[in-house]
Design a protein around this ligand. Structure first.
Ligand code: ADP
Length: 307
């Protein structure tokens, strides 16, 4: 195979109680990317449509992640990349992660899969480091593994795939303001109280157990964030109203997607997810905030080959 076209999913990181460790992949929102082999040992980004992003290899996350893979590979050639960017950068649904994960997954396929998923996550994390100064894995891991993933440890990197209940749907609303991940990290405190820690790890354990047992009530009870949401939600227009109305409309839980400004809700079944979408739309229409909205099943495959 000389060329491959892939779907690179958007992802929701943190998922309320799992700051920097939990994430999930979406099905109906993502970029497309074409990667082809070239004889020269280099990465060239030849085309980006949809968004204004750098073509220079060292400034584009797909180039940086690709170089990390190339460095560990015994392949003599390189790759050319074309990106159809549908996820807006700075939206909080893993725009940079989709490009980093998509690039290395596609390259691995073209080379006959010499690298494991864990190694692909490590390469893709180099792209995340370029985008937000921190090599976090909570978006690139679900993009590569699919479904929900837990980053149990960063050193050494240990990724735990978590099963996804069949009827779990996400609703994501993106108010049209940009928050850079690097900026939204700066406002966080670096210490937490024991009291908050106890609540948070109780919820994280509860969420993981709820996902394993397809216990939707437990999932709902566990979707709470006592540490990051109270600080970051201040940056997001009408966060409290969106959340209250989404819960009234039947969401299991609602929180900030990644570093925001997107807000996500999880629901049991597509009908509930649609009702939640309506409530979110009405909330922003009433106060005049422009937005994009997505409803998606959880994507259990991650990056996938198209065509
Ligand atoms: P998101 O959480 O949506 O990925 P970030 O703020 O973390 O948003 O990352 C976006 C940053 O990464 C922007 O500064 C953007 O210019 C940079 N970037 C570089 N290459 C890409 C790419 N291929 N896709 C998206 N963002 C990219």
């Amino acid at each position: 195979m000389e060329e491959i076209k892939v779907f690179c999913p958007a992802t929701i990181a943190n998922v309320s109680c799992g700051f920097d460790v939990l994430g999930l992949a979406l099905d109906s929102v993502g970029d497309e990317m074409v990667v082809r082999k070239i004889p020269e040992k280099e990465i060239r980004i030849t085309k980006i449509i949809g968004q204004d992003l750098p073509l220079e290899t060292g400034k584009n996350v797909s180039g940086v992640a690709g170089l990390a893979l190339l460095e560990k590979s015994d392949y003599d050639g390189g790759f050319e990349i074309e990106i159809d960017k549908r996820i807006k950068p700075g939206s909080g649904i893993g725009s940079s992660a989709a490009s980093s994960a998509g690039a290395v997954w596609a390259m691995n396929e073209l080379l006959g899969k010499p690298f494991s998923k864990l190694e692909l996550v490590q390469f893709a994390m180099e792209g995340e480091k370029l985008a937000s100064d921190v090599a976090h894995a909570d978006n690139v891991a679900p993009a590569i593994y699919g479904g929900f993933t837990l980053v149990r440890s960063y050193a050494p990197l240990d990724i735990v795939p978590i099963p996804t209940p069949d009827e779990l749907f996400a609703t994501v609303i993106h108010p049209q303001i940009e928050i850079k991940t690097s900026d939204s990290r700066k406002i966080l405190k670096t210490t937490i109280s024991l009291e908050k820690g106890i609540k948070q790890w109780g919820n994280l354990g509860g969420l993981v157990a709820g996902l394993f047992q397809s216990d939707y009530d437990l999932i709902g009870r566990s979707l709470e964030d006592h540490i990051v949401e109270p600080i970051r939600s201040i940056l997001i227009p009408a966060f409290d109203d969106i959340k209250t109305n989404a819960m009234d409309a039947g969401a299991l839980g609602c929180g900030i997607s990644g570093s925001g400004p997107s807000i996500f809700a999880l629901s049991k079944g597509e009908n509930n997810a649609q009702n939640v979408a309506k409530s979110m739309e009405e909330t922003y229409k009433t106060i005049g905030v422009p937005f994009d909205i997505h409803i998606s099943k959880v994507n259990i495959h991650g990056v996938k080959k198209l065509g």
